[in-house]
Design a protein. Structure first.
Length: 288
């Protein structure tokens, strides 16, 4: 009488007999070491290997495509703008006339003051607002545009485009509106108008609605007194160029790998911000 062959044991637990096996590699495994799969069941090693072989889904900008991703950067920018407004209102003891505050006086963009070395105005002015209506209009636009731009570009690229737009608006004011006092997030938000237009083009969707919206806002900037037209146009140009560098330049340069495409995009977006900063420095030197 032939003896019965020994029962198979789990490949991870040799002391456990099992009649189960991985449907992918065929190794015997106990119930603890198996997971349900679309066909049969896989052992833990095959499960890990399968997860490593799956390429992460990314947006057209190369950012991870995470469903229901919370636009934390957009919310943070809104929070900072609101906080700065609250500080200016508290210092001025007035919500409607918060521009009388010390912080507003120190941060409002005045090109001659920048030329005298007050560089905080270049960025700080982008977080100031003349009264609650100015704040609400800009924050509503930032909420609408920021969420979609952040989702497509990714958080760090979105910050870079926003910063480049803000600096682009400041650079335009430094060169073309040297006798004005400018404040507001509008330059950066116009940059997001441009960014959203480029995103629609990259996704092969019609940008007509965005172009009409840009045209309406530019017309308002021209028609109403006290609005920084050059700050708006400078931000629009910088945001458009930075986003175009992220989404289109890698294709034009025929980037061979996703890593190369991301490097080219990062370099282009950062380059726009650096050029804007250099223009600001040159304008300050011209005024000094």
């Amino acid at each position: 009488m032939n003896p019965q062959p020994p029962a198979p044991t789990c490949y991870r637990h040799p002391d456990r007999s099992t009649g189960l096996a991985c449907t992918r590699c065929g190794r015997s495994a106990c119930p603890e070491c198996l997971r349900p799969a679309s066909v049969g069941q896989h052992c833990l090693d095959c499960l890990r290997q399968g997860q490593a072989d799956v390429r992460p889904v990314r947006t057209v900008a190369g950012a991870p495509a995470v469903q229901r991703s919370v636009p934390y950067v957009t919310y943070l920018l809104i929070a900072v703008n609101v906080a700065v407004f609250a500080i200016t209102a508290a210092q001025a003891n007035s919500v409607a006339e918060n521009q009388r505050s010390r912080l507003f006086f120190d941060w409002v963009l005045q090109p001659p003051a920048v030329a005298d070395g007050e560089w905080a105005r270049v960025l700080g002015s982008g977080f100031l607002h003349y009264g609650p209506i100015h704040l609400l209009v800009n924050m509503f636009a930032l909420y609408i545009l920021g969420r979609d731009c952040e989702m497509v570009l990714g958080r760090l690229r979105f910050v870079t485009v926003y910063l480049a737009s803000l600096l682009g608006g400041s650079a335009a004011v430094m060169w073309l509106a040297q006798d004005t006092s400018t404040a507001g997030a509008s330059g950066a938000i116009y940059g997001l108008f441009g960014a959203m237009t480029v995103i629609l083009l990259r996704l092969r969707q019609s940008p007509v609605q965005m172009l009409v919206l840009i045209a309406i806002n530019v017309l308002i900037s021209v028609s109403l007194p006290g609005i920084s037209l050059w700050g708006h146009l400078g931000g629009l140009a910088a945001g458009t160029l930075a986003t175009g560098g992220i989404l289109f330049l890698p294709q034009w340069l025929r980037a061979g790998t996703p890593e190369a495409a991301r490097t080219i995009g990062w370099t282009a977006a950062a380059g726009v911000a650096v050029i804007a900063l250099l223009l600001i420095v040159a304008a300050a030197a011209e005024l000094a």
